[in-house]
Design a protein around this ligand. Structure first.
Ligand code: FAD
Length: 417
């Protein structure tokens, strides 16, 4: 086996790995990224949040992304039957980016890795991590290439950004059941040949077909659109036939979108991902940090995945840079507590979505613009802004406001009758 030695080994070349690689490379560390697949490769996670623009900008990756003219996402539309709730990121409470993108991830992630390679970052594609041995914080990682040949890399620190691969959680037994409900998803892409003109054709929409089942429609600037359902695992399983037949049947649940996508060929056999939510016992250990989806994933309903992936990788990379420069780092407070603070805010919103409380607020006809701006900032990914009451008091505020909305509705209907 051939041995190579680096400062930081990054497992996975998705957005999380790319942001870490960019930051550490610019700080002068010797970095190597190892990636199981060959890019471009498909991965789900196509609707971004404004907060992640801060991360791409800080590490110098934003201009390369801007040059690709991805579809701009300036807000999001939630609909339930006749009721519609539009969020406009320019009207959010917290200062920050008021737009982002809807992206086919194959192109998006390839743009990131092409840019990194143009800077001289070492990325080894088609190299799968199959084992890791730690000696204190130093490690030796075993890689398998597509022909089955093995090689090894020594590193002073490992960032596991392997996404759904969850390399270190599996190897080190760090997986923990998530307390988010058991949801599954089925999705594909279509050539959106019946796309309406103007904003209607390009707006990202979440069409709520029942309390816990919804359809996403994410149009891309290349003329294709991503469509997918999320719902209770048992419910998604209850549809029979091939994945194409299942999704075709489910599309009938959407009165609004059925015609637009009816009869269009699916670009690939719809993918089913079961029991989406993931969690871990700890986010770091001696010589390693888990970032992105490898660490935690909640639910796609608020598109938080990529933003958490880049937030966590940037924070972890800064700590690694300090540690490798001889500083003492308190990983518990500076990484784990920090990340958990943001995750807990989003976890409340996800849970309250499925209890119906958040839907009550979204579709309340007595829309309060102050409350809407504060919730909008959360949906834009600014979940560390403690000035925002809907961040600071997330545990009780969503419930309380939903209760008030219910009471107002009851009062209105008793006046009418
Ligand atoms: P990834 O982008 O998954 O990249 C990880 C990389 O690691 C992959 O390229 C993989 O090949 C590589 N890898 C895996 N194992 C190994 C190994 N053993 N050795 C080497 N390399 C390896 N997020 C959003 O922000 N918006 C959304 O709209 C959204 N929708 C979603 C819908 C569904 C149904 C699901 C399940 C998730 C969704 N997500 C969404 C989450 C999103 O997929 C992830 O949060 C995001 O891709 C995480 O990025 P990452 O860099 O951590 O991992």
């Amino acid at each position: 086996m051939q041995n190579q030695s680096v400062d930081v080994l990054i497992i996975g070349a998705g957005p999380s790995g790319a942001v870490s690689a960019a930051y550490l490379h610019k700080q002068g560390f010797q970095v190597k990224v190892v990636e199981k697949s060959k890019f471009p490769r498909f991965v789900i996670g196509e609707s971004l949040l404004p907060r992640c623009m801060d991360h791409f900008e800080e590490v110098g990756l934003l201009n390369a992304l801007k040059a690709k003219n991805f579809e701009v996402k300036a807000g999001a539309r939630f609909m339930r039957g006749e009721k519609i709730c539009n969020f406009d990121f320019s009207k959010k409470f917290t200062e920050g980016w008021d737009w982002t993108w809807q992206v086919p991830r194959a192109d998006f992630d390839k743009t990131l890795t092409d840019t990194l390679e143009s800077w001289g970052v070492d990325i080894a594609f088609e190299q799968e991590v199959v084992g890791v041995d730690f000696k204190g914080s130093d490690s030796i990682t075993t890689l398998k290439d597509k022909d089955g040949s093995l090689s090894a890399i020594e590193a002073k620190f490992i960032i596991d950004s392997s996404g759904h691969g969850r390399v270190l959680p599996r190897l080190l037994d760090l997986d923990k059941p998530s307390d988010i409900g058991r949801h599954s998803s089925i999705f594909t892409h279509v050539k959106d040949s019946k796309r309406p003109e103007g904003r209607e054709g390009t707006i990202i929409t979440f069409d709520i077909v029942s309390l816990d089942t919804w359809l996403w429609v994410i149009p891309f600037s290349n003329g294709y659109t991503s469509i997918g359902f999320v719902g209770p695992s048992d419910y998604i399983d209850s549809f029979s036939g091939s994945n194409t037949e299942k999704l075709q049947e489910m599309m009938k649940l959407s009165d609004y979108y059925f015609d637009r996508f009816d009869g269009l060929a699916y670009e690939f056999e719809p993918v089913v991902i079961k029991n989406i939510a993931k969690s871990v016992k700890k986010l770091y250990g001696e010589g390693f940090a888990l970032t992105g989806n490898s660490a935690e994933f909640l639910d796609p309903v608020f598109s938080s995945g990529v933003t958490f992936a880049t937030e966590s990788s940037l924070v972890a990379s800064k700590l690694i840079a300090r540690q490798l420069s001889g500083e003492k780092v308190d990983w518990e407070t500076e990484y784990s507590d920090y990340m958990k603070q943001g995750v807990e805010v989003f976890a409340t919103y996800v849970k309250e979505w499925y209890t119906g409380n958040l839907q009550t607020i979204f579709f309340d006809s007595n829309d309060n613009p102050v409350i809407k701006a504060q919730i909008c900032a959360v949906l834009a990914g600014y979940v560390w802004d403690r000035e925002n009451p809907f961040v600071k008091n997330h545990h009780r505020l969503v419930k309380t406001v939903a209760r008030i909305a219910e009471m107002e509705k009851e009062a209105d209907s008793s006046i009418e009758s």
